[in-house]
Every structure is written in structure tokens, then in C-alpha cells.
Write a protein that binds this ligand. Structure first.
Ligand code: SAM
Length: 377
């Protein structure tokens, strides 16, 4: 392949673009530019691999292969045919095409998928001089994004979402995506070294993400990525980058992170997840209603994802819980408290307006992330 620096794209949930851009800059990436739902930057394949391993808030890393306005399927076919697929693929790959269309003339993801696949195979047949492709090799995931008639053809370098770190193999009730949990840690006033406590910890996602950060542990270390099977990816470089990040881990720095939940099954899962993340018990999990939480440490942060309540009866129950969160903070005046909720009545139920509010999305659910500063600083 002649080209070595590419335009790369880090997909992001709405509201997290700024955080993703920040971590790309900290990793030393160039030309970082945030758009809605994606952050573009430039780098080589080694940079892309480092991002796959290291990014805490992004959903996927893509290589932008081509981009143009397309108002017909013929234009899409021409755009896909112009890409030198033979430089990226050996010939045996299984081309998996996904597509997403919004506010465009091309509004059928299925048609976009089949036209893209046809254009790829025709170009590959012409360039490789073969008539059939067995497609029995490694998956080669291509994504077609159509937005306001602007088409982007993207090669998915991550495979499954980066939120799948690998430690969470059993889900409890309404678990939080790992990428959003990591972002809550980032947006809270907690910084490594301070005490952190989640009084509704469920399966432990927020606390595990905080511990990964405190221990300088790259979140993707224990999983694989689609790009590792691509013919153009130098595997030895990948191993070197992974080993360097492994050597940077400081498990000994993880301390003062704890949480509890009223549900014993959720806590069992949390214990299992931390064991899968760290092979050790670095976080103190216990079964307890939040009404009974009483801590001796000072100047910490309560950070939680309490239930939101979808039905009216649930809403009333949840609002009582929000009052309990206020009482919890009153019992710990040197602690800040942060919570995410989709309930517009959160602040009223809590009994105080938040010092800071930030709009975030938990999946498709619009939420607010509330921060209440400590009464005693
Ligand atoms: C939305 S879930 C939290 C999910 C968690 N962030 C995760 O990733 O698994 C809300 C949690 O609040 C817990 N909960 C509800 N009432 C509680 C109470 N009174 N005290 C402590 N935990 C409670 C539930 O058992 C549930 O695990």
C-alpha cells in the first residue's frame, strides 16, 4: 500500500464528541476535528491500533476510504468502485456491509449495502483476475454512512463496539455501556487518588471504568480488533504496541474505589466482572441499601446511575430513591454527588438544583448528568 497516513474516524455517542476529541489529542493524534457523532483525525495504522486499545469513550475506529455527495445509487456505485479495495484486502475476506441513512435521497440501508457489496466484488474480480470470491476468510466490515446526501465509505477497524472491553459477560438490570460509564467518571469531579463510591453500583461498570483509569490500564487490552486480521496490518507492530501498554499498567495505584447495591445478584456480577477485568479484588463491593451507606473517608465523590423508572409506579419509587441520595450526601458533607437520570423530576425529588447539568444519551434515552458539589470543600 502506498498511502501511510489516513483520515481516521472515532465514532462517538452524542454528547461525548468533545471527550473523544480530548483523548485523541492526549494520545498525540493530529488534525482532530469533532462533528456530530464522530471525531475525525489523521494517523497511520499503528495510530489506529493504539486508539482501539486506549480510547475510553469512543465506540469504534474507522478508516475513511472515500467521501462524496451521492444522490443516486449509480453515484454510490461509482464512489465505491473508485476505492482501491485490492490494496486493503487479500481476496478471501468476507465483506460484511452495514449502512445507516438519514435525511438523504438514498434512504434504504439494504439497497446501499447490496450496491456497495456489488461494487467491491466487481472491482476485486477485475483487479485480482478471479471470477468468484469464496468469502471464507476474515471478516472485512465496511460501513456506509449516508447523511444529508453525503456518503462516507468506512472500514471498521475495531469490529464489535469498543464498549465491549471483555470484562462484562453477564448483564444485570439496565447496565450502563462501558464507554458512557467511563465518560461519567471523566465528567465527575473525581480524580485518581480521591475516594469514589457508587451506592447503586449494579454490575460495577462505573467503578471498574474508574479503576481502569486509576491504574493506567488501556480498556481494550484484553480483546481483539477486526484490523488485526487485515492483510495490510503489520502484526508485529500490533504486538509491540499492546505489550508497551501492558507494561504501563499500574494495578497497585487502584485504591479507595468502592460501591454497593441492594441487589445481591447484581453484586455477584460486579465481583465477577472485576475479577475478569483485573484478576484481583481491587474494588470493594458490598450488598447494602443506599440508606445504610456510611463512610469514614472524606472529600470523595458519589457517582451513580440510579434507576430512572419507566412506569408511574416505578417513577414514584425512583423519586424516593433520589431523596435518599440527597440524605446520603447530607450525611457526607465533604463529598460531591453525581447522578445520571432521564427523569425530568430528578432535581425536584432530590430537593436541590444541581450545581452543574450536562445532557447525555444512555442509548436512545435523553438524560441529564447532575453534579452536586460538596457542602464542605
Ligand atoms: C440502573 S441500575 C445500575 C446499573 C449499573 N450502573 C451497571 O452498570 O450495572 C440501578 C441499580 O440501583 C439498584 N438499587 C435500587 N434501589 C436501591 C437502593 N435502595 N439501594 C441501593 N441500590 C439500589 C438496583 O439494584 C440496580 O442495580
Amino acid at each position: 500500500m502506498t498511502q501511510s497516513v489516513f483520515t481516521l474516524a472515532a465514532a462517538s455517542a452524542f454528547g461525548l464528541e468533545g471527550a473523544v476529541a480530548g483523548e485523541l489529542k492526549r494520545l498525540g493524534m493530529k488534525n482532530v476535528h469533532a462533528e456530530n457523532g464522530v471525531v475525525l483525525f489523521s494517523g497511520n495504522v499503528q495510530d489506529a491500533f493504539l486508539c482501539n486499545l486506549s480510547l475510553r469513550f469512543s465506540d469504534r475506529i474507522y478508516l475513511l476510504l472515500a467521501e462524496r455527495k451521492c444522490d443516486s445509487f449509480e453515484a454510490l456505485f461509482q464512489l465505491v468502485s473508485s476505492i482501491p479495495w485490492e490494496d486493503y484486502a487479500g481476496g478471501k475476506e468476507a465483506f460484511n456491509i452495514s449502512a445507516q441513512c438519514a435525511r438523504s435521497r438514498l434512504m434504504s440501508p439494504r439497497d446501499c449495502q447490496s450496491i456497495t457489496k456489488k461494487a467491491i466484488l466487481e472491482r476485486m474480480k477485475a483487479r485480482k483476475g478471479c471470477r468468484v470470491f469464496p468469502e471464507n476468510g476474515a471478516p472485512f466490515p465496511v460501513h456506509v454512512s449516508v447523511h444529508s446526501d453525503q456518503v462516507r465509505i468506512l472500514l471498521n477497524l475495531s469490529g464489535p463496539s469498543l464498549s465491549r472491553r471483555g470484562y462484562r459477560t453477564w448483564n444485570g438490570e439496565a447496565p450502563l455501556r462501558e464507554t458512557l460509564a467511563a465518560a461519567l467518571v471523566e465528567f465527575s469531579p473525581w480524580r485518581p487518588g480521591m475516594p469514589l463510591y457508587d451506592p447503586c453500583c449494579g454490575t460495577g461498570t462505573i467503578l471498574i471504568e474508574a479503576a481502569l483509569r486509576q491504574g493506567h490500564i488501556a480498556p481494550g487490552l484484553n480483546r481483539s480488533f477486526s484490523m488485526e486480521q487485515f492483510v495490510f496490518f503489520p502484526k508485529a507492530d500490533g504486538e509491540r504496541i499492546r505489550e508497551k501498554l501492558r507494561a504501563d499498567c499500574q494495578f497497585g495505584r487502584i485504591h479507595s474505589i468502592a460501591g454497593s447495591d441492594i441487589d445481591p445478584e447484581a453484586v455477584t456480577l460486579a465481583l465477577r466482572h472485576q475479577n475478569q477485568a483485573f484478576r484481583d479484588s481491587l474494588i470493594d463491593f458490598s450488598v447494602k441499601p443506599l440508606q445504610e451507606v456510611s463512610l469514614t473517608e472524606e472529600h470523595g465523590v458519589f457517582l451513580c446511575n440510579p434507576p430512572y423508572g419507566e412506569r408511574l409506579s416505578d417513577t414514584e419509587h425512583c423519586r424516593k430513591l433520589y431523596q435518599e441520595l440527597k440524605r446520603l450526601q447530607d450525611r457526607h458533607p465533604t463529598w460531591a454527588l453525581c447522578a445520571i437520570s432521564s427523569d425530568p423530576g430528578f432535581e425536584k425529588a432530590f430537593g436541590r438544583r444541581a450545581d452543574k447539568r450536562r445532557r447525555l444519551y444512555n442509548g436512545r434515552l435523553e438524560c441529564q448528568f447532575y453534579t452536586y458539589s460538596a457542602a464542605v470543600q
